[in-house]
Design a binder for this molecule. Sequence first.
Ligand SMILES: Nc1ncnc2c1ncn2[C@@H]1O[C@H](COP(=O)(O)OP(=O)(O)OP(=O)(O)O)[C@@H](O)[C@H]1O
Length: 594
Amino acid sequence: MAKNRNTYNEDELLEQEFNVGQLKRLLSYVKKYKKQMILALIVILTSAVANLMMPIMMKFVIDDYIPNKNVHAIITASIVFILIIILSSISMKFRIRYMAKIGNGVIKDIRSDIFNHIQKLSFSFYDSRPHGKILVRIVNYVNSLSELLSNGLINLIVDFFSFIVALIIMLFLSVKLTLITLIFVPLATWLIFLIKNKQRTSMQDVSTKQSNMNAYIHESISGMKVTQSFTREDVNLKVFEELMDDYQEKWMISRHYIALIFPIVKNIAITSQGVMLVAALLFFKESMTAGIIVAALGYSGSFWQPLLNISEFYNQLISASAYLERIFETIDIEPDIKDIPDAKPLGKINGDIKFENVVFGYEKDQIILNNFNLNIKAGEKIALVGPTGAGKTTVVNLVSRFYDINSGSITIDGVDISKVTLRSLRSQMGIMMQDTFIFSGTIIDNIRYGRLDATDNEVIEAAKVVKAHDFIKNMKDGYYTEVNERGTRLSVGQRQLISFARALLMNPAILILDEATSSIDTQSEKIIQEGLEKLLENRTSFVIAHRLSTIKQADRILVINNRGIEEMGSHDELLKKKGHYYDLYSAQLKFLQV
Ligand SMILES: Nc1ncnc2c1ncn2[C@@H]1O[C@H](COP(=O)(O)OP(=O)(O)OP(=O)(O)O)[C@@H](O)[C@H]1O
């Protein structure tokens, strides 16, 4: 059932609390790359240790080698400094390589999980939210994790390590100076935590507004032809600008918080160094040497730097947390329609279909089919007619179990369709939906879409039956002509013929044709009809058509109206009845004669 319907100008609700569980879940993706992670750590830690040796060596140079004019030791120390710098650059290269590998790998894994999952989600998921918002989750939000994964995580470990090592060496150098520095740590930590909650909320707002903006862009691109036909460009631009203003406003707020943390920690670091220097010169003069002061200042630098980096990591984490929330929320959405735990595959079917007291509505409070009963024998050709919005498509959607019914049952060959696997059910149906969809690729790929093992000849045979062969043959590269997404280079009728062939190629026991020939000219339709007659033999079929000439041959015609079947019978029987069908047919006949 559709819930949480959402539009481009409606903010999606976000959870407010920072969730450690999400981070753990993210780490479970990183686990797979343990080996690269360890290698990166070894490389980085080696260079961190080397860098941490520099201030202590400086102490010896200042306090010992220079006063004693030990040139040999000074030169050796200089060479060691140079080697440390070279080692740092080499380690940087490897670190970037390893981290890029891990970061990209994790992003690929998350993205493929999310894509795999959304393919399982039912129609109601797609009915209830703009497609642009789904797109944003797979592309933008996953991308935004990249910085956190490629650098943040490993930096965090190294920074903790550097912090501890710097602290230990400082304690050895001077306990007093170390304590002075440490006094400032709680202050910095308190301020960081104070800002973090506000920052997190602001990041959530940014991602919400970004999602709205993307949804509108996606909708606008899809509807561009209508926009241009109705010259709505100026109005749409205004709407878009308003969405951008909303986004910008939230973005500025979030930047404000992000910009706040770094200077605060930096200022505390500098103040602490100042206080340390003053204290060393005024109060602890006796126990100090120039070397100790220089080394302590050096360490307090590499002591504050990790804290700064950790706060930066925290920033990234907070931003990523808002995105992770959306990503995992999508992965966690339970498909409305799924196999029940002990679902069995549906064996090869004959095609007997029975609707028993079926009640269904897309929304709980809006019933579309009420107490719907229908018994179809295998091989019967059923036509559905009736006013727009009466529920014809709904009936066939239920046979394919694209939606679950509220109550009652639908059985195929006596087996309840809710108890069998979706794959075994849908793979025995050929469905041609009202809005035909052509995928980017070649025409032959499009026809072969549901049966990848079909030979070229089988594809051509299917195309011939639906009379698509002639126009395909005349195209530049025949069956191998490239078509773009949605098939915009094809006429609507041509698109219908291709998706018609696609449905037929499945050689299904049940064939569903929802307005399959509505955009095909009457002459071609007549020709297709002949092929169809043969094809529909021994198959249960549903044909929905507004053009009544198409369905005259049906075994039974159902007039769907007022939440159920209003009339039922063959063409002749219904004409004799002089009811709704008779009126519809007479009206169409009159229209054609005018
Ligand atoms: N995804 C959906 N979510 C909510 N309501 C829907 C959805 N699809 C259809 N409806 C509603 O269900 C009713 C039946 O729709 P359905 O598509 O079955 O009609 P139809 O008889 O096939 O119409 P048409 O001849 O225009 O194709 C309509 O009133 C429509 O508003």
